[in-house]
Every structure is written in structure tokens, then in C-alpha cells.
Write a protein of this length. Structure first.
Length: 103
């Protein structure tokens, strides 16, 4: 290799838990599942609507931490979309003819 160091393509994945999750992702999922378990103990889950209400926090948090291609997970994708629509989208031209505009 002549003293050169080649960085592996998946070097960032080695810092993730199971190669997929940040600690915040697992904490978010655990909170959702814990809330679902508590709601299943408190609510009458014999009724279909109450059962769906009881398991919805766990399902919602599970969908947020589900991995997506080109993004880390669904939560990261939603945050990127939100930033795109809420940040400044006026692009300042700094091209090769920028000095020709103000003669």
C-alpha cells in the first residue's frame, strides 16, 4: 500500500449499535414499547380500538427508527425534509459571471 491508509466504506457503521442504531434510536424505541406495555395493562384491550390505541406508541416509535436507504432511518429522513422546507431556499449566485451583473 506504500504507506497509504484506505478508509473502509462502512467505517461509520462500526460506531452504531448492531450496525444500524444510535443509542438515541434504541432509547426512543424502548420508551415507545414501555409506554405500549403500560397502556396494555391499564386499558381494556379486549376491544379492538383500545388494543390499537395501546400498541400505537410502540408501533410509531418502531417506524421512526426503521432503517431507510440514503438516510439513517425514518426520523432522520423526516428531519431532513423539515429542514429543507423551513430553511432559507434563496440561493445567492456566485458563479463565473457574478461581476458582469452589476456594471
Amino acid at each position: 500500500m506504500n504507506g497509504n491508509f484506505l478508509i473502509p466504506a462502512n467505517s461509520k457503521r462500526s460506531r452504531l449499535i448492531f450496525g444500524l442504531f444510535y443509542p438515541f434510536d434504541l432509547i426512543l424505541f424502548a420508551c415507545g414499547v414501555f409506554t405500549s406495555i403500560i397502556l396494555m395493562l391499564v386499558l381494556p384491550v379486549q376491544q379492538f380500538k383500545m388494543a390499537m390505541l395501546a400498541i400505537s406508541p410502540g408501533c410509531f416509535c418502531g417506524m421512526l427508527v426503521f432503517p431507510l436507504p440514503n438516510y439513517h432511518n425514518v426520523l432522520t429522513g423526516i428531519m431532513s425534509i423539515f429542514r429543507f422546507f423551513t430553511n432559507r431556499r434563496t440561493f445567492i449566485w456566485k458563479g463565473w459571471c457574478v461581476r458582469d451583473e452589476f456594471k
